[in-house]
Ligand binder design. Sequence first.
Ligand code: ACO
Length: 429
Amino acid sequence: MSANTGSIKVGDKTVELPVRSGTIGPDVLDIGKLYAQTGAFTYDPGFTSTASCASGITYIDGDEGVLLHRGYPIDQLAEHGDFLETCYLLLYGELPTAAQKSDFDYRITRHTMVHEQMARFFQGFRRDAHPMAVMVGSVGALAAFYHDSTDITDPKQRMIASMRMIAKVPTLAAMAYKYTIGQPFVYPKNDLDYTSNFLNMCFAVPCEDYKVNPVLSRALDRIFILHADHEQNASTSTVRLAGSSGANPFACIAAGIACLWGPAHGGANEAALKMLAEIGTVDRIPEFIARAKDKNDPFRLMGFGHRVYKNYDPRAKIMQKTSHEVLAELGIKDEPLLDVALELERIALNDEYFIEKKLYPNVDFYSGITLKAMGFPTSMFTVLFAVARTVGWIAQWKEMIEDPGQKIGRPRQLYTGAPQRDYQPISKR
Ligand code: ACO
């Protein structure tokens, strides 16, 4: 569609609708007035053809396998920058100067501690709670601890809440981990960079020295960059929808974390690793490929396929390289799961079913192997995704709140229930 309008015929009524163009990517047909003009809604469960907002943060070309943040390709950001630089870029729209970067790093670092009462709040969770359950609860609870930054109409409070969340979510994530393994919480250390501090909070113990391995820290930092934002995915759309009612940002991010938990979204890295372990050895791969192709079997190759990428996920390539780097650094020469993953990828990429359906490895296919090698249990994988995605959620939430045309998100429906009928007294039913 290239003209400035498109038309839709509903019954015998044809209406002209404006077509809006972005800087790159497909045009959109603005159907905002469709109902008023025709009495019809559009029907698109799963939003496969629906743009829910205009956004200047992230661009994806799923056919070409392109991912840009504020115009910068993800591979360049992952190769040359660090995670906080990507955070700055997502939040402010431009890469920081050296002075802006050091000021931003300083401000984030000074917000890493959480209210001491949070530690007591944690004691209310069962010891065996999944850390994502703890994250949904504890991030939501931040609104109760930091009430002074919940007025969303005040730009200053919005920015403080944003900084607080980027800084404190890693602290809560590390606390969620320590809590489930029964170790004492480790306070943030402000002389460490963002990711080294996170590793320290996860793996240090009071009884001995822990030195962060810079290769692992750099690798995890890169993993954070790869997960920082991904335009209007399910959890980001959840954050926007929750925020559209004027809810405070802590509650909105908690909603995003809840959505991320699902195995079709952020839970896929945990599911992918479990699947690789279940396959176990290379000789069992054909059996699982056959199951994935069988229409009567609900099994899917976890870490394969993506709603938007119909090409190799650009993040998966960087993740595969990072995986090799981490295993080499840790001297892991024999990792059967990596052998299974590489062979599975090779077979799937040459199989007619996967080629025809354009199913390629996504970012989660290799992340599980990498995180496992670093020492994280599978239950923490989605938590690490949440740590990284917090900045994306926050940037998208801020963009929405600052949009003068912002409205509450309120989809309509195709009603399939009973038509109107009269109430029957219980004796007559
Ligand atoms: N294994 C086998 N077949 C698959 C897979 C898979 N991983 N993914 C999709 N298919 C098939 C479907 O069976 C369907 O076949 P059909 O047309 O014959 O019915 C076709 O490909 C299209 O699948 P849909 O589910 O309609 O595609 P959708 O865009 O809705 O789903 C999704 C995308 C959810 C990611 C899907 O590919 C999937 O379930 N993958 C596994 C889970 C996963 O890795 N999720 C991570 C996503 S990335 C992220 O959140 C960071």
